[in-house]
Design a protein. Sequence first.
Length: 396
Amino acid sequence: MHFDAIGRVPGDPILGLMEAYAQDPNPRKFDLGVGVYKDAQGLTSIPQAVKLAEARLVDRQATKTYIGGHGEPAFGKVINELVLGADSALIAEQRAGVTQTPGGTGALRLSADFIAQCLPGRGVWLSNPTWPIHETIFATAGVKVSHYPYVGSDNRLDVEAMLAALKEAPKGDVVLLHACCHNPTGVDLSPADWNNVLEVVKAKGHVPFLDMAYQGFGDGIDEDAAAVRLFAESGLTFFVSSSFSKSFSLYGERVGALSIVSESKEESARVLSQVKRVIRTNYSNPPTHGASIVAAVLNSPQLRAQWEEELAEMRLRIRGMRTQMVDLLAKNAPQRDFSFVGRQRGMFSYSGLTVEQVTRLRNEFGIYALDTGRICVAALNQSNIDVVTKAIVQVI
């Protein structure tokens, strides 16, 4: 009786696709929708460096008591160095406060609540397109959401339109930028573009927010953090959300971080106190296990070197799949130019496929992709790439 008036909301586009895929009896189905790295055998395996760190952790861990709202201190220290650079002046000056969060999604939600409560009236600007949950998270927190142009249906980056929109955005609004490996398009800004964005953001008094969920999947760990470090040198206050689910294959452990750069050590302490208050009324304390594994890997020279090597193998395998996909499509559909797929970076490709074409892939071939045409290149391998590319040729 009490719940009679409660309606059913549409399913999340990504989770809904996962459910549809799980229920499909087709034995030759392929999931290219969910943003999970898969190896050459189609498995989301655990890196050896992570396994070794976890074994050591289990052997030595003496307690699983609460670790406090901001999380594991050892984790926060190494994450700040990974994101900002070990020699960052922001760390030395104690201006970069960092909080462990339940995944990158948790960092985004925490920042959304912080903005709504501590920066009331500020809106957030998202790229068009962006990860769909970006909009949901900020809107649910009560933050006004607007969009700036980014990549159009022609798969071309429109930097001029992006800059024009940011110039018109109200002073002080938050501008969310994908630091690397843009989700869903795979199209990143060039170094020159980043300088132009920084110039506009600084001139307009906006608050930059760099979402970096795929550090290490583009060109390398330090290379992919170049945009964050550019803003770190700008003198601006800004947010950085990070995820380590992908780079450490700790999807189920939910390991993320929110870094907030302030103008001074004293200001950072005030900001972190407000963040901690938001945490207390949300999830109280983050989980310990995944963050302890990440800290153990990054604090061990041997394990870190092994992890970086394994991450490089992931990055190069994805890049190889991009190249092979472009070559196969060029061979089988010479009338259509898919070369842009090879220029994209990271786990995803904005393929240019329409909703109708994606639907045909799913219904006729058991190939699952998002309606936007985003496909997870990291899910391709030698056993499915021929089938996938031939199916794409059939539907275009």
